[in-house]
Design a protein around this ligand. Structure first.
Ligand code: URA
Length: 241
């Protein structure tokens, strides 16, 4: 059991003082009843409460997927384009961690012009697990090419190409031509601009880039660009592997 003021705080509804105030001023309801006693205790697991009429489902840790649209940066402090974090409701951006307001973090950034599957979480161990190069989580990218694809380019991507920041070659774990200008590329590392640099290294150019999959998780066809949803427990378990 946990006090409602603490439940609100853990879910990102503001400072402890703000959360106490929200309850005392009658903005919070649980099981259809307004709760004004900030110390009233509830079992948080599976709890759906309302704040100012808006439902919120309690999640001990946040695991989300976002369909990133083009023209947005995966940064809390974007330099030129709006931040993907503006697509999320405020509580997800304000979840506390060890007393500090940190909110959820993107797991591996996508470029401003890249679309597709972006995972976000506030679970440090999970973020590390998913982004650590040691764990080789496969990421699948759908690449639209500027120039016609050549068989030799596929062969070189699979064999390995050298990028300018590391003498060790990086190779695609899989590379399937879809048609003359499209290929599906699977990478297990996450170097800066890796797809664009690998494609450039084999003499072509990326015209459009879309991430369709991370590990066991495929971007669902019914999640439109700009939309997000909670991951289901079994999806998180499958990603943990
Ligand atoms: N590789 C890139 O070049 N850009 C991305 O956004 C992701 C992978």
């Amino acid at each position: 059991m946990q006090q409602i003021q603490d439940i609100l705080y853990t879910q990102g509804f503001g400072t402890r003082r703000v959360c106490t105030g929200l309850v005392q001023q009658g903005y919070v309801s649980v099981h259809g009843q307004i709760v004004t006693d900030a110390g009233a205790a509830f079992d948080p697991q599976g709890l759906v409460f309302h704040v100012q009429g808006q439902p919120w489902a309690y999640h001990e840790k946040a695991y989300l997927m976002l369909h990133k649209p083009a023209g947005m940066e995966c940064s809390h402090k974007p330099s030129a384009w709006p931040s993907v974090y503006t697509l999320l409701p405020a509580p997800l951006r304000q979840r506390p961690n060890k007393g500090a307001v940190v909110g959820v973090q993107a797991i591996g950034r996508l470029d401003q012009d890249t679309t597709g599957l972006l995972l976000l979480s506030d679970d440090g161990a999970f973020i590390h697990r998913m982004s650590s190069p040691r764990h080789h989580v496969p990421k699948v990218y759908e690449v639209t090419l500027q120039d016609p694809l050549q068989a030799a380019q596929v062969a070189r991507l699979l064999a390995g190409v050298v990028l300018n920041d590391d003498p060790r070659p990086v190779r695609a774990a899989a590379c399937e031509a879809r048609d003359g200008h499209h290929l599906s590329l699977t990478l297990t590392e996450g170097k800066y601009h890796q797809v664009k640099r690998m494609i450039a290294a084999v003499g072509n150019q990326v015209q459009a880039l879309h991430r369709s999959r991370m590990g066991a998780l495929v971007l669902p066809g019914d999640l439109a660009a700009g939309q997000w949803r909670w991951l289901r427990a079994e999806e998180v378990a499958a990603l943990r592997g």
